[in-house]
Design a protein around this ligand. Sequence first.
Ligand SMILES: [Zn+2]
Length: 366
Amino acid sequence: MKEYLAGFDIGATKLALVIADRDGNITHRLREKIDIASGHFENYKDSLAYLGIGDQMKCLLRRAMKEAGIDNVAALGIGSAGPLKDGDIWDSTNIRPIHRPESTLAQPLYIPLVQPLEEESGIPVRLANDCVAAVLGEVYYGVGKDAKDKSDLYLVYVTLSTGLGGGVWDGGHLLIGKQGNAAEVGHFFVKKDGLRCGCGNYGCAEAYCSGTGIEKNARTRLINGKLQLGEDYGAILIELIREGAVKDRRFQNREPSKSELLEFVTSPLVFAAAEAGDRLAQSVIGEACYYGGIAFADIANAYDPQIITVGGTLVLEHPEILEPMKIEMHKHLNVEAPEVLLTPLGYDAAVYGAIALAQQAASLQS
Ligand SMILES: [Zn+2]
């Protein structure tokens, strides 16, 4: 009988599930918006747990198996946005369940993943953060697929999406760190007195080279005015933002104020404005490439990989940003230059990683 594996990819807003055979051929996939509104909370450990996502995963797994016409899967892997702790998401800033009891707002919130899935399915479940999972996906199904001896591979996977993250495969093993947080490459320090990062520090690479970074940089420049660079500085971007804002119900009868307009800044609009010749937007994208390139050099100098493989929505939609990042990286190297490649796994790097985790959990990996 053919053996199947299941893999989940948990992002800040979406939940994806794939079923694959043991060779990694995906046979079924499901994708939903992540459920932060079920209101299913329970006392847990020293605090509170939100069980809505575990419930949703159980449901999706049942549905996928039914639709795929299979009775069982051998193991389950999960690649998830972090931070992770002992099988749970712990106190995430990106996944914030609503309808939470007011009296618990000051407590850290757990989102159990491994335990509910193990209870539901009775099969081994393995969890890793999404970038660690993605580098495993690369090793077994992506750039490292044809390498017979995985101990000869030195790879770093970098995701450029809402944030900037990384995972490292170092000659046959994953780099983990004391609490599973190795390769927090988005928080490599790249600029003194730089923009504030989501982590609370200033001048992190992620504060410039990520979806949130690009939005923040553009917003900061718009708040700071025209910077004596001419009336057209930022004008195309402002026009694009206005076009989006006036569709909002609030502004059917009045013009949005400048500060209200800032709510509508998105990284796709910044890219569109840059392409249309807006110098403010071009400068924001230029900084994303410059500081991202410095982060790539730090990654190369820290881990000495053969290949840096890059995925995530930002770079998959705008692969043209890789070239200037590579040029910048080359200026700061003290190691033999790694190859920098767009991931061959596209948007599936993390789900392939989850399947690789499932392979390991089922001890199927040779
Ligand atoms: Zn940071």
